[in-house]
Design a protein. Structure first.
Length: 185
């Protein structure tokens, strides 16, 4: 059982399939938060306001395709994992193209009875990626703190030597560039 709470956006137009998928998710994720939509406009709203960790999508939807949904998701945030859960991908070439287009994977709906078993490795990977990103954010945060402390120290140095004053200005300018580059991440 995955102990990390996952925010999952499910793009599915059939209520019965959405309910089955949610039940299967609850078998493998202790505390999932699942939002369901069936169109691009609501999907975009959920990306902004719900901030999912992973998107699960059917391939055939009433007003668009799963590839349209995936393109929207990847344009919004290329780090969000995207998994197709569909009855449509019977063709190996189409399945390969979904992966090449950026999907993390796909599961056929004919495996709905054991969806939890098929979905669990994908969701575990999502959790591992989330932890890795959290560690990276923490390192960046710690680096910013260190830079700020050095900057503060340089501000406190009192010197009468013009060359030292100029060198401190150069160090501060270089550090400001680092702080701006760091903030962009």
């Amino acid at each position: 059982m995955i102990k990390t709470s996952l925010r999952i956006l499910l793009v599915e137009d059939l209520d019965t399939d959405a309910n089955l998928i949610k039940r299967q998710i609850q078998k493998i994720v202790e505390d999932p938060v699942v939002e369901v939509t069936d169109n691009l406009e609501d999907c975009k709203t959920h990306l902004v306001n719900f901030a999912p960790d992973v998107v699960l999508s059917d391939y055939n939807l009433p007003n668009c395709t799963g590839l349209d949904v995936m393109e929207l998701v990847k344009d919004f945030d290329s780090n969000i994992d995207f998994i197709f859960i569909t009855g449509t991908i019977h063709d190996e070439e189409l399945a390969a193209n979904t992966i090449l287009s950026g999907a993390s994977g796909y599961i056929l709906k004919k495996h709905m009875n054991n969806l939890a078993e098929k979905l669990e490795p994908f969701l575990k990977k999502v959790v591992v990626n989330m932890v890795a990103r959290d560690e990276l954010r923490e390192r960046i945060r710690n680096n910013k703190i260190t830079v700020n402390q050095i900057y503060d120290y340089l501000d406190k140095i009192h010197t009468d030597n013009a060359e030292q004053v100029e060198n401190i200005k150069k160090i501060k300018a270089a550090m400001n560039k680092f702080k701006v580059d760091d903030d962009a991440e």
